[in-house]
Design a protein around this ligand. Structure first.
Ligand SMILES: CC(C)(COP(=O)(O)OP(=O)(O)OC[C@H]1O[C@@H](n2cnc3c(N)ncnc32)[C@H](O)[C@@H]1OP(=O)(O)O)[C@@H](O)C(=O)NCCC(=O)NCCS
Length: 234
């Protein structure tokens, strides 16, 4: 029998007991992915994709995005059936000071989001990550892009372990998590993934600064009239 270890062979997750800062193989893999050598570019050639940090002022568009998730996707996102009212309550209860939310806008409309809830401890925190993309925008690499940026934010906040929970049948999320070096373990009807996040580097700081400055520039110039399209040459 083939005994080659897989990501599924990871140790059971000790969620609330704290995780040491050791850097086993999975962290090294995460480092490689974060360095960009395996991260794919999104496959959205004709669309304008923007990843930006969301704040309380974006509540309405975040809510609208989550409400647009259809039955199956909404179940996958929240690991259970949530009605519209519960989705609205989820948004209203976001603990913004301890939660980083990144949005994925496609052609100016919020189509995806990742929530990173951080449980702070001095110099070594844990965080929980949950993400969603509307059906039409799945499978195009946008999930990978969102997760990559969320992990940059996590690293810059000295988060050592990023946890995610998904349903056992959610192969897409599991594949995505494994791509970033997650150790996956099966619980009751759910699967948990843990990414051991490497320390921040100069590059992760720069990457976050770039994310912020794009958002700032967009906000500053959003009311400028767009230049008229060039007339087609005769
Ligand atoms: C899970 C989710 C965020 C992933 O985002 P995405 O943009 O669809 O994912 P990506 O396109 O970046 O990557 C998905 C990977 O899974 C693979 N995949 C797709 N369907 C798969 C399947 N049925 N089984 C195994 N792998 C699958 C894809 O091939 C891709 O890998 P590749 O880039 O190496 O080809 C998105 O599908 C989603 O929002 N689903 C509904 C909500 C949800 O499940 N949230 C997760 C709860 S935390």
């Amino acid at each position: 029998m083939n005994s080659t270890p897989t990501a599924l062979d990871g140790p059971p997750i000790q969620r609330r007991r704290g995780v040491s800062r050791e850097r086993p193989d999975s962290a090294a893999r995460a480092e490689r992915v974060l360095a960009g050598d395996r991260a794919r570019q999104p496959r959205t050639p004709d669309r304008k994709v923007d990843i930006r940090r969301l704040g309380p002022g974006d509540m309405a568009s975040l809510e609208a995005h989550l409400l647009r998730l259809e039955g199956h996707d909404r179940r996958m996102r929240f690991c259970g059936d949530l009605g519209d009212e519960a989705v609205r309550r989820h948004c209203a209860l976001i603990d913004w000071p301890n939660t980083q939310v990144l949005g994925c806008e496609v052609d100016g409309v919020l189509r995806g989001a990742v929530e990173l809830s951080i449980h702070p401890r001095p110099y070594s925190s844990e965080a929980e990550l949950a993400m969603s993309l509307e059906r039409e925008f799945q499978g195009q690499g946008l999930g990978a892009l969102l997760m990559r940026k969320a992990l940059v934010l996590a690293r810059n906040r000295y988060v050592s372990s990023v946890f995610m929970t998904c349903m056992v049948g959610n192969r897409r999320m599991q594949k995505l998590a494994a791509k970033f070096g997650a150790i996956l373990s099966i619980g009751e009807g759910e699967m948990e993934g843990r990414i051991l996040a490497p320390w921040p580097t100069f590059l992760t700081i720069v990457e976050e600064a770039a994310l912020e400055s794009r958002a700032y520039l967009r906000a500053a110039f959003s009311h400028w009239p767009r230049p008229a399209a060039r007339p087609a040459s005769a």
